[in-house]
Design a protein around this ligand. Sequence first.
Ligand SMILES: Nc1ncnc2c1ncn2[C@@H]1O[C@H](COP(=O)(O)OP(=O)(O)O)[C@@H](O)[C@H]1O
Ligand SMILES: [Mg+2]
Length: 364
Amino acid sequence: MVIKIKNHHPQRFLVPGADGKMHIVASSAPKLRFAPRTPKQEAAVAAPAEPMAQVQQTRVARKVSRDTPPNIPFLRFESIAGRGGMAVVWRAWHRELNRPVAVKVLDPKFSNTEQDVRQFMMEVRTMSNMHHQGIVQGYGADIADGRYYFIMDYVDGYTFGSLLLRKSHIPESDVLIVGESVADAMKYAWDTFGVVHCDLKPENIMVDRDGTIKVTDLGLCQSTAVIQNKEQPSEVVGSPAYISPEQIYGDVELDCRADIYCLGATLYHMATGRILFPLLDNDAILRAHVNEKIQAPDPRFVIPSLTEGFARLVANMCVKNRDYRYQTWDEVFNDARMVEEGGLPTLHASEAVSSIQFQLALGI
Ligand SMILES: Nc1ncnc2c1ncn2[C@@H]1O[C@H](COP(=O)(O)OP(=O)(O)O)[C@@H](O)[C@H]1O
Ligand SMILES: [Mg+2]
């Protein structure tokens, strides 16, 4: 059965239940209560924010640390919501909007060059221009105390990265919902704005209190306008565990197929609890992504109860040669939906699911 993504507004949500498991609920159904936080999370959230007076005193005494929020009069910083490689994200109270917001404060070492600032502004513009329930909404940016910051909707939930730290893996039915939701959101980003996220991974996909799945962190995103700018130096951007071969080679214009590969690697990690190529160092992982002899392993090698349909979906998303990968987000969405309904997507390439090749290449 072919389902048109165009009319799709995700009607099902992934909601963490009180039993610690994720549950699928229909949007019309009463929303389940948000799962209680673990004691460690509770302690982190309950930690009192550093009072502003103290912040200002300490700023005189020591160099501004990553964990000190900038002084922005209309914001009251409350707690750290999360950290990434380039920024600290704060939960803050917006005095004018009278509601909490998330404030991404860029690490000063990532705002040294014109290129850094241009990329940051690209993230700000992209997240502010896009209006989709599957993408965190941005509002604008400025500079305070010499640091760039960016205000966006606060997602009262968690990332799948943190969920994977607590659970060994996530049930297939839930992973498929993540796949469909992200495919829907990224289809909007690609079709409407020509935007490639470039860094889809569990840490950049969040689930909100009501179970809505939201993509965040467009800090490495590229748009077709920029990609086609020949002056732009091509450099490896992305996270080693999930990056597509063409991002590693850096020799072609990126398109939505790069994100499809990243999402495939992400879904594999979510469903198995292991990254696609669990090798010792980043260089080895990058080599495995581009080595035609090391195909994406069959996830059933790790979790035998996963369906063949799911294994095919991931295999099709993680084909190394993008010409044999899914070509559009519609294809990803439709096949994920088909797998959810017990169907079996057609395998795309001769690069079939091959855990045996993978094991041979790794010498195991
Ligand atoms: N809108 C948001 N609401 C709540 N927490 C967020 C939000 N955006 C990001 N975070 C948290 O902050 C972390 C780092 O944010 P991210 O934008 O990914 O920064 P980086 O570019 O440094 O990776 C995320 O992994 C998540 O835990
Ligand atoms: Mg991030």
